[in-house]
Design a protein. Structure first.
Length: 443
């Protein structure tokens, strides 16, 4: 077998795609909410949300979707996060995978194990750690993926397999067969690794926790433009910088200076309250900050009208094998998604300044939808076996294969533009925090 046929034998063709998770736009028929109360100066409703001191362990809403796999221990979660944070830029390091059933950490590494890594692991004798030698240098894989993303306009996304076995390249379906041949030739001359090529268009952005006057993660937000509301998103995590409170959510939800309100259109449609405005957007990870005067380190759990909340105790990176919870304002809480990939770059549909977004990818273990339209900006968190929750992501996008039928297992049915998916993309909270200077508030 010659070199050319050997390389092409590693290329397989699939048909998938990706979408953003914003609520369906209603630009042709926007709603006109009541004038917000105390516009620009929301009143702090209390020193802490009601019930916020009691929901430390798993809630029934989280337990119902968490599955049979045991939760990860704080010690294992902390070590995996420390390894990722320390060696993420090291070309020899690929990922710190949480192994099957959370029994061990698998460090995917190329070449001789760094002495600093061995010392780090040695400080945690109760955490089982094994090393897996990657077939290729992870730094070279990332560079090859970046080259393809940056050099070929038709490439809509790239990803590096966390085990260091190769890369994935997504080409927009509009490229056609002739362009696919061109890309294959480009791969032959520039990439000497296994490559999986998929047909994938740009990602769809995910644009009720009813009336969240406490400003918690998972609350429902409505934009407010010249007296009208055009679409909705979900609040992510309470954040702070230099003693000022804010809320982290998704950049694709709206431009800087966009005003946001809360409005209970179900139980009290005559009341609205000003929430804040977008003051900063990070397009590298689809993250943004709302100035909200105050916010509390809790997230809503349960359905769209749930009053159950849970505290956030930390901020960390997501690692392959992690089980995460999504808590979108339209879908509700789902806790059975497993992190599949932590190095993926995608282009968001209809978002001109979000054509190269770095995300991690999850897939729900039971195949049911984890998020859908309206959940954009919502919180993604892990639960440890001591019942504490750690912020890891902001809901960003889903594949183009998302369907209205998939929403049947969520708190809000599909249709009228609402689609859902078991595969979801999220921006890393820790990376957004580093680039913006806003860190997650913890309890």
């Amino acid at each position: 077998m010659n070199a050319r046929s050997h390389k092409l034998s590693s290329i397989s063709l699939l048909t998938i795609g990706a979408l953003v998770l914003g609520a369906p736009h209603a630009s042709a028929d926007p709603t006109k909410p009541p004038v917000p109360v105390e516009a620009g100066v929301p009143a702090r409703p209390g020193e802490s949300p009601p019930g916020g001191d009691t929901e430390i362990g798993l809630t029934p809403e989280e337990t119902s979707t968490i599955g049979a796999i045991p939760l990860v221990s704080p010690e294992m979660d902390d070590l995996a996060d420390e390894i990722t944070a320390t060696f993420s830029e090291d070309p020899r390091f690929s990922a710190a995978e949480i192994g099957k059933n959370n029994e061990k950490i698998i460090v995917h590494w190329h070449g001789e194990i760094d002495s600093a890594l061995r010392k780090m692991v040695k400080r945690h004798p109760k955490v089982p750690v094994i090393y897996h030698q990657t077939a290729h240098l992870p730094g070279d894989l990332r560079s090859a993926a970046d080259t393809l993303m940056d050099s070929v306009p038709e490439v809509t996304g790239v990803a590096v397999n966390f085990d260091g076995s190769g890369i994935e390249v997504s080409i927009g379906q509009a490229a056609g067969a002739s362009r696919l041949e061109v890309v294959e030739r480009f791969i032959e001359t520039t990439v000497d690794f296994p490559v999986e090529v998929t047909h994938e268009d740009e990602a769809l952005a995910a644009a009720d926790r009813g009336f969240d006057e406490y400003h918690l993660g998972g609350g429902l937000l409505h934009d407010y433009v010249a007296g009208y509301s055009f679409h909705s998103c979900t609040a992510g995590f309470a954040v702070e910088k230099d003693g000022v409170d804010g809320m982290m959510f998704a950049a694709h939800c709206g431009p800087e200076s966009m005003q946001w309100i809360i409005s209970d259109r179900v139980n009290n449609p005559g009341v609205a309250q000003y929430y804040g405005k977008t003051i900063l957007r990070n397009t590298s990870y689809d993250g943004a900050i709302i100035s909200s005067t105050y916010s509390y380190p809790y997230v809503h759990v349960g359905g769209v009208r749930s009053t159950t909340i849970s505290p956030i105790s930390g901020q960390a990176y997501a690692n392959p094998g992690d089980r995460v919870c999504y808590s979108g304002a339209f879908t509700g809480t789902r806790c059975d998604s497993i992190v599949q990939n932590t190095y993926r770059r995608i282009a968001l549909s209809g978002q001109p300044d979000l054509q190269d977004v770095r995300v991690f990818e999850t897939v729900s273990a039971d195949g049911n939808a984890a998020a859908g339209n309206g959940d954009s900006g919502g919180p993604v968190y892990t639960i440890r076996n001591d019942g504490t929750r750690t912020a890891v992501g902001i809901i960003s996008a889903m594949p183009m294969t998302a369907t209205a039928e998939a929403c049947a297992t969520t708190a809000t049915p599909g249709g009228a533009g609402r689609l859902c998916s078991a595969t979801v993309y999220a921006g890393a909270v820790s990376s957004i925090a580093i680039q913006t200077g806003w860190n997650v508030k913890v309890r």
